[in-house]
Design a protein around this ligand. Sequence first.
Ligand SMILES: Nc1nc2c(ncn2[C@@H]2O[C@H](COP(=O)(O)OP(=O)(O)O)[C@@H](O)[C@H]2O)c(=O)[nH]1
Ligand SMILES: [Mg+2]
Ligand SMILES: [Zn+2]
Length: 299
Amino acid sequence: MDKQIGRIVAGIGGNYDVLLEDGTEVRLKARGLFRKQKLTPLLGDIVTVSGDGYFDSILDRKNESIRPAAANIDQMLVVFAARYPDPHFKLLDRFLIECDSRKIPCLIVFNKADLLSEEQKRRLMLVLKAYEEAGYPVELISTVDEEQALKAREILLPRLLGRLTIFAGPSGVGKSSLINTLIGAGQETGELSEKIARGKNTTRHARLLPLIAEGEVPGLIGDTPGFSSFYMQQLSQEDLAKAYPEFRPYLGLCRFTNCRHMREEDCAVRGAAREGKISPVRYRNYLELSGDLNQGRKS
Ligand SMILES: Nc1nc2c(ncn2[C@@H]2O[C@H](COP(=O)(O)OP(=O)(O)O)[C@@H](O)[C@H]2O)c(=O)[nH]1
Ligand SMILES: [Mg+2]
Ligand SMILES: [Zn+2]
């Protein structure tokens, strides 16, 4: 067998399932030299395979996420619920900032649109517009019935084919339901965390799932069990402000060069927020995250 390129789609006790370019999957071992180099193969890693039951090398990663541990992610699909659980915008911002610093693009999806009245939907759309203007694609969807699910599939499929997408978001927002909608009902969604089935002592392993549409390059999807909080990691006040793309036009314009854009006089960012040029929701999140940052709090 000639040298081939493949992608790790599952790791099972020292063995790795590698999806080859021709669409076949092989179960391989990592060479001992990776351990010597302290290099742990990750889901999403692109490897070279020469056919002796091992993969030879791990190609340079374009990015890496911690939870779940995966590499070469084309995008995060961040799912929140429109209701039940209510959206937590500060958590959303925190997640976007984390991904930004790891060079992982984000696509935002609000699910359970069916639970909103027209008026509630209108108000949510107003907030979501701020995220769109900040540069994040946003979709409001529902998977509650077949008709809505089909619509959600139509909206999302073009964004997911040919890419590796990790689904993230709080638990209960509908990530697994959405993945079922996309890859076909009844399939194991294989959350990217190890789950011990009680009593049986069997471990269910993380697996990237193929998303197939006729005549299109398949995509890969990773489900995750859900997050509830993050630690603010090594982020300066300056970096936090820069992580809000819509603040950037105002950042050099404050009276004080070390302005934190909180209560300072003649702050261009606060001024823009007051005039409605910056979304009040986003500015409030910034203030809260700044507070957490200064007190070393979890957010
Ligand atoms: N009303 C409504 N409920 C939904 C929708 N999508 C998922 N759910 C429900 O929300 C709950 C959590 O869904 P699940 O997919 O397990 O969420 P996950 O924890 O993010 O994977 C389940 O009871 C689903 O049936 C939706 O679009 N509308
Ligand atoms: Mg789930
Ligand atoms: Zn300022």
